[in-house]
Unconditional design. Structure first.
Length: 191
């Protein structure tokens, strides 16, 4: 008998962003099917850079650890079948990596960020358990088009924003809590 907490939903990476409050990187997973819940997962700067590099399709001049792991899996005739976010425990997401190879199948404990970085390199699907989506997922509100809005102008703004993303480097996602604030950063409140 299958329990509801064992159900999984396939997800895509909706965004890789910096948290507006802390500046820490977040990978945002989005459920492929309705209701299209999103789950933001805090990741480390190194992992965010590795995910950004894989999303961009760029190949580093020397292999990163995730590139090496992917090469090992392939050279041993293995395959990453899926990465599954399985649980939210004490504020931390847990995940498993499902592998198959000549010796059979295995499920390995992994951090979601490591599993995602490897899955992107090996074109493996991402899943989140229903119980995790119920606990940590949210449905984003639908933005209604303003009356009289020009759809072509909106498309132009979206294209300009997408074009500006071409200048974003993986290093931009490395969070340095000791860095000084920049000119666009407001001063902290007094007190």
């Amino acid at each position: 008998m299958t329990r509801i907490e064992d159900w999984v939903r396939q997800v895509d990476i909706a965004a890789l962003v910096l948290d507006a409050t802390t500046g820490a990187p977040l990978v945002v997973l989005r459920e492929q099917d309705a209701p299209h819940r999103v789950v933001p997962i805090l990741v480390g700067g190194t992992e965010a850079a590795a995910i950004a590099l894989a999303l961009s399709g760029e190949t580093p001049p020397r292999p990163l650890p995730y590139d090496l792991m992917a090469a090992l899996v392939e050279s041993l005739d293995g395959r990453v079948e899926r990465v599954e976010v399985t649980e939210l425990r004490d504020g931390a997401f847990l995940a498993e990596l499902a592998l198959t190879g000549p010796g059979g199948g295995r499920r390995l404990d992994t951090r979601p960020s490591d599993g995602i970085a490897l899955a992107l390199r090996l074109h493996a699907p991402l899943f989140v358990r229903e119980a995790v989506l119920e606990e940590a997922g949210t449905v984003l509100p639908v933005v209604q088009e303003a009356p009289g809005a020009d759809p072509a102008a909106i498309d132009d703004q979206v294209a300009a924003f997408a074009s500006s993303l071409a200048d974003v480097l993986p290093a931009d996602f490395v969070f340095d809590p000791d860095a000084e604030t920049g000119p666009d950063t407001p001063d902290p409140p007094a007190g």
